[in-house]
Design a protein around this ligand. Structure first.
Ligand code: AHR
Length: 504
């Protein structure tokens, strides 16, 4: 019996989900492990610039065209005193960092990060500490970063050699404040009130900023849904987005089930949209709250190793997941899930960017390379800008341990009208054979395949390493073709596909 599966798809240029907000391809750098020290910053490195930023890492970040990077945490931010990281370096304190039980040297702080962001051509999504601190530190940080001058904190910034304000436009009101692990964790009511008051003073200093309020740490938290409803009830008029976080793993080595986990992400997104709209209805409000999926990825490989890390080290190798081909397939599906709800998910951050559960890995004092998950993220960032089309998909399906009716085909298409390009992103979840895809290009009949990129490997557990950085790489090897207004492609077993079409 053949293991080949089939899927049919219809794309019509006028069936549209939404224009994509470029911030959907954001990422995240936390003061955690070797993300900052040994990641973006390593003064002794042979590629370092005069400020100590690694040139090889910066080049890879620029390649990804990341439009926005969340900083400085994560769990780290809930114990962080931003003042520790500004001013003369020799005066900056070393602190015990309680979220990850390390020593934070504060060599890099908000001004250095802003400088790095300029170097890699990205914006900063700044998070404030609503764990150990609150309203006062929040308004002072906005004043330090965004006020032009003539006030205590803006002049302090100028005295630190930064004349022009950073003008950070997007701010997170804390991080995962429902999590019992969070420094200063809160009930929904405690957090909602604090977020509301912080938002008020932050916008008092700079009315142009946008604010993200914390949703639950993940969909499986016992307080999920009620947390969002309570927090939004208290903050609806003061914030613009609510955050979502999720990480998946393949701990029991059940790959069909693992690859179906993006269905959980779909349900998560739909549920949070429903809660936002419930609060909107309750308040009879005209305002719409959108979603900021500001932490998402695969995370599980490093869990065991992390338990053995010596506490109070400086920049130890924490959360250094080495990603496999199958992880890249799930990351591809998660990107498809984000694009599918681009009408409401306006911001998303792949967590994280360098070394810590990241697409880019480095050796301290050595090379930097692309992990497997680098590629789906790169492709989505480069070719996923435009208008998401609403596909109609009929695919063969399977059942897994936690999911039923999992389509073998996971797919979405983005039309870039300025460049007359149409990109079909597709994951073949079939681990035993090809997937025969037929796509009816209604209203897009004058498009031809320009390139069909495929990321796959005979070994689902294949990885890239410093020694073998090109083991899992995309190849322009797919045979997708358009004939009589139909795109036909055989998607290889267990593969990520990017079928790029251009107008004839
Ligand atoms: O990204 C790693 C950690 O995951 C972040 O610090 C935290 O917000 C989440 O639990």
């Amino acid at each position: 019996m053949s293991n080949r599966r089939k899927a049919e798809m219809i794309l019509e240029r006028d069936y549209r989900i939404s224009a994509v907000d470029p911030r959907l391809f954001g990422s995240f750098v936390e003061h955690l492990g070797r993300a900052v020290y040994g990641g973006i910053y390593e003064p002794g490195h042979e590629t370092a610039d005069e400020h100590g930023f690694r040139g090889d890492v910066a080049a890879l970040v620029r390649e990804l065209q990341v439009p926005i990077v969340r900083y400085p945490g994560g769990n780290f931010v809930s114990g962080y005193n931003w003042e520790d990281g500004v001013g003369p370096r020799e005066k900056r304190p070393r602190r015990t960092e309680l979220a990850w039980r390390t020593i934070e040297t504060n060599e890099v702080g908000v001004n250095e990060f802003a400088q790095w962001a300029q170097k890699v051509k990205t914006d900063v999504m700044m998070a404030i500490n609503l764990g150990s601190r609150g309203v006062d530190a929040a308004r002072n940080l906005v004043e330090y970063c965004n006020h032009p001058g003539g006030s205590y904190y803006s002049d302090l910034r100028r005295s630190h050699g930064i004349e022009a304000p950073h003008n950070f436009k997007l701010w997170c009101l804390g991080n995962e404040m429902d999590g019992p692990w969070q420094i200063g964790a809160k009930t929904a009511h405690e957090y909602g009130r604090l977020a509301q008051e912080s938002a008020k003073v932050m916008r008092g200093v700079d009315p142009t900023i946008e604010l993200v309020v914390c949703g639950s740490s993940n969909r499986h938290m016992p307080t999920f849904a009620q947390w969002e409803a309570t927090v939004l009830d208290l903050t609806y008029h003061d914030v613009d987005y609510i955050s979502l976080h999720t990480y998946y793993g393949n701990r029991d080595n059940d790959t069909p089930n693992f690859l179906a986990r993006s269905l959980d992400m779909d349900q998560f997104i739909d549920s949070v949209i429903a809660i936002c709209d419930y609060v909107k209805a309750k308040k009879r409000s005209k305002k719409r709250i959108d979603l900021s999926f500001d932490e998402w990825n695969v995370w599980f490989h490093s869990n065991e190793a992390d338990r053995k890390i010596e506490p109070w080290s400086i920049a130890p190798p924490q959360l250094e997941d080495v990603y496999t081909l199958e992880d890249a397939l799930l990351v591809g599906s998660m990107l498809i899930s984000l694009l599918r709800r681009a009408d409401r998910v306006k911001i998303a951050c792949l967590a994280q960017l360098v070394n810590v559960i990241a697409p880019i890995m480095t050796e301290t004092g050595g090379p930097a390379w692309r992990q497997t998950i680098f590629y789906p993220f790169l492709h989505a960032s480069l070719y996923g800008r435009g208008v998401v089309l609403e596909p109609i998909i009929k695919s063969d399906k399977y059942d897994s341990k936690d999911f039923s009716d999992v389509p073998y085909l996971d797919s979405i298409a983005v039309l870039n009208e300025n460049e007359d390009q149409l990109t079909v992103f597709a994951v073949n979840r079939n681990l035993e054979g090809e997937l025969e895809l037929t796509c009816d290009l209604r209203g897009l009949r004058d498009y031809q395949v320009a390139e069909h990129l495929v990321l796959t490997h005979r070994d689902l557990k294949a990885v890239n390493t410093a020694k073998e950085p090109m083991n899992v790489i995309p190849r322009a090897a797919g045979g997708g073709q358009v004939e009589d207004g139909r795109l036909r492609a055989l998607l290889p077993q267990a593969s990520w596909n990017v079928i790029r079409l251009a107008k004839r």
